[in-house]
Design a binder for this molecule. Structure first.
Ligand code: FES
Length: 76
């Protein structure tokens, strides 16, 4: 896998909206789920925020603070 794919993606998360963060890494719509997980025995993580905020969402799927980036991608 190309390391460029591991970079986090900054996304504006809207207050109280439900997001499905891809945990399997196979979605073509990173960082969000597109249903590709069904072949990998994985489920997306549901994410909501109490206030609208822009956050960097993990795409390497190795973060210790999922779904948010914690810099782990730089060590892969
Ligand atoms: S496509 Fe990855 S969790 Fe759904």
């Amino acid at each position: 896998m190309d390391k460029k794919q591991f970079k986090p993606i900054a996304v504006e998360l809207k207050k109280d909206k439900l997001y499905y963060w891809c945990q399997c890494g196979h979605s073509k719509n990173q960082p969000f789920c597109d249903g590709s997980h069904e072949a990998y025995f994985c489920e997306p993580m549901l994410v909501t925020v109490p206030e609208t905020v822009t956050r960097k969402l993990c795409t390497c799927k190795q973060s210790g603070n999922k779904p948010y980036c914690d810099g782990t991608h730089r060590t892969l």
